[in-house]
Ligand binder design. Structure first.
Ligand code: PRP
Length: 226
């Protein structure tokens, strides 16, 4: 049975494919030129399945995929389960989860205090991460769950603040927001189904050590090994 690897589509996919190739795993066709979502590897020892990041932990927890590559932001937000091990930081897909407010926000807003009576409103898709962050600060906030494009919520007066992913900061800037506090530094992680870790131990350990070597080579090439 080929090892099934669930991959987070989008930016993480673009960065992790060359790394998988270094570990000898290449899809049998160009994933970007196809609408297919399941690709056998060239040597047919692996099956690459491309999906939304939020679904990667679900497939791995259920054992439908043996391995997943997904952002730490998704893992922080996923329901806590004992279904997988987080085995490797791939050192790609770097970004941050931050709070962001309108560029001209008053100092009280930067202290997460509401403008009027009522709660300070936080729009986000990172509901659980946000709850944890504001609870640690002792701030009572009202979380407004959104599926995406959080950046418009303060402009449209749906929220006082957003909690979102920032990479270059261009999206915040283009929408009149500024980054305020960093909640978590994010990178992509390799997760392994618990049962697969026992039943396919040798194959999985071999793959992890090849990927670890690829991570190390990249680090050296970037000057990080000096
Ligand atoms: C993320 C995030 C921001 C954007 C930030 O969205 O939600 O919108 O990237 O990137 P920047 O700081 O480089 O501008 P993404 O494109 O991943 O899509 P999503 O809305 O599906 O999360």
């Amino acid at each position: 049975m080929p090892l099934v690897i669930a991959l987070n589509r989008g930016r993480i996919l673009a960065e992790c494919l060359p790394m998988l190739a270094q570990a000898g795993i290449e899809p049998d066709e160009d994933v970007n030129a196809s609408r297919k979502l399941i690709f056998p590897s060239r040597r047919d020892e692996h099956r690459l399945v491309i999906m939304r990041g939020a679904d990667v932990p679900t497939y791995v927890t259920h054992g439908t995929a043996d391995i997943g590559i997904v952002g730490k932001d998704t893992l922080l937000e996923a329901p806590p389960t004992a279904g997988y091990y987080e085995r490797l930081d791939l050192n790609i897909g770097h970004c941050r989860i931050v709070t962001a407010l309108p560029r001209d926000a008053a100092p009280e807003r930067l202290a997460y205090q509401p403008a009027h009576n009522g709660a300070f409103r936080v729009a986000t898709k990172f509901v659980s991460v946000s709850r944890g962050f504001f609870a640690r600060k002792g701030r009572q906030v009202s979380i407004i769950p959104l599926a995406g494009t959080m950046e418009i919520a303060p402009t449209l007066n749906l929220a006082d603040c957003i909690v979102d992913i920032v990479d270059t900061g261009n999206t915040l800037k283009a929408n009149g927001l500024r980054e305020h506090e960093t909640i978590a530094h994010i990178s992509s992680r390799l997760i392994v189904n618990r049962a697969s870790m026992r039943t396919k131990f040798d194959e999985i350990e071999a793959l992890i050590s090849q990927l670890r070597a690829a991570v190390e080579r990249r680090r050296q090439a970037d000057g990080g090994g000096l």
